[in-house]
Design a protein around this ligand. Sequence first.
Ligand SMILES: Nc1ncnc2c1ncn2[C@@H]1O[C@H](COP(=O)(O)OP(=O)(O)OP(=O)(O)O)[C@@H](O)[C@H]1O
Length: 521
Amino acid sequence: MRRVLRGCFIVWVVLRYGLDELVLSSFDHPWIRRLTRIVSTGRHLDNPRGQRLREALERLGPIFVKFGQVLSTRRDLLPPDIADELARLQDRVPPFPSEIAIATIERAFGRRVDDVFSHFERVPVASASIAQVHFATLRGGRDAGREVAVKVLRPNMLPVIEKDLALMRLMAGWVERLSADGKRLKPREVVAEFDKYLHDELDLLREASNAAQLRRNMAGLDLVLIPEMLWDWCRNDVMVMERMHGVPINRTNELRRLGVDIPRLARDGVTIFFTQVFRDGFFHADMHPGNIQVSVAPATFGRYISLDFGIVGTLTEHDKEYLAQNFTAFFRRDYRRVAELHIESGWVPPETRVDELESAIRAVCEPYFDRPLKEISLGMVLMRLFQTSRRFQVEIQPQLVLLQKTLLNIEGLGRELDPELDLWATAKPFLEKWMLEQLGPQKLLAQLKAEAPQYAKLLPALPRLLHDYLRHRPHELRKELDVLLAEQRRTNRLLQGIIYGGIGFALGLIVTQVLLRVRLW
Ligand SMILES: Nc1ncnc2c1ncn2[C@@H]1O[C@H](COP(=O)(O)OP(=O)(O)OP(=O)(O)O)[C@@H](O)[C@H]1O
């Protein structure tokens, strides 16, 4: 019954804010028209469509607000006016009572909160739709006296989330089935992505392990601080970590007053991000200003502080190669290479014509070269590439969409800190180094080293495997041997050619040298 009521409420909000016109312009069923007439009094149709969508999501509650935030990052699917408006959604909700936070903590540790903490701040420092954060001081154990931040999940979120997700899936199905416009927006894909995102956010142990991995990766860089996770006190619904002391990154005036080198900060941000992407293939993917602070402690002055590790992106070697090669080809304006890369990697159907893809890519990328190289946004380039690829029936990998979104965040942040920031100059060495490493002998050695244990395991078993094979498949073996022998003969001929050629060349060289010397003397 509750689900039906909630469904009715959602339909009411959709009609009242005129979202039917916004999403479903080709969706003109008589019953929709009738329903629209019923709720048409007071329909908010004067405001721009993006604003109407934002207000409707706010009306529908925190899960829908989060949905809107996630949706705002899909600039490859949404028109810019809607994406901009959705990006304004604030996931700040009134905190839940501290008694509930304390009860969750006590249940998680099986101890009274006063036994765990010598001091616990009842008023949270921040509260969002999924969790809130309290400052505290640990009482006992090996971290006694340590100042910590305690993140506590909002209780009973799972059933609420599941209910809203079920309704979203239903609505996405309708939109996709009934409207041509709706299909283009890929609503079911978007809801599935959101589903994963929400479930990931509901496990604080996952978040803590992401933080620990990033902390290890970033340890040698000396540019960013990541709170230490206090594993004795981490559970699925409670996470205790080192408390960091910093100034939020968007308080630039305060940072300047304290003597922080702002342009350096902008460069460091890009360096950190590219190290995470191209060196580690593991990057913080929720880089909004609320999650970034700057340390003002004397020992670590001017370093970034990174918080909130609910969303991280991972990239395979293949993804990294795709990015490095595409960016490099793009900056050489070699659109044919970009097109070839898409076909070689199997992203585009093999029958795709290179010249067609090349000209589509040129059409979206070329306008960017109107401006100086340093002003070009890599995030935007990537987004344009994805938009073009979609036209050629390519399903873009979610980790690359996440990367593109984070790239836009980082660039936005960098430019806000320093409008003169030359993104390409900062990014280029990373791409070049990465490309060199991929092609150089070090990479081959590293690969051999990585495979060595496999070979060591395989070698002793080789005689037995060969024996089995000979016993059971002599005919196939003969055929394969014939192929191998033919191949060897061919290689021998080639080798002979090379050797004879080499000897001839060397003799030629010696004779020339002798003749030259004779002439010189
Ligand atoms: N280790 C920490 N040290 C100091 N402050 C912290 C720490 N962790 C979190 N905070 C504070 O709590 C705020 C919210 O933390 P966090 O972003 O992890 O929570 P959240 O519920 O995921 O919020 P959102 O979804 O809005 O990003 C941070 O902006 C910061 O002010």
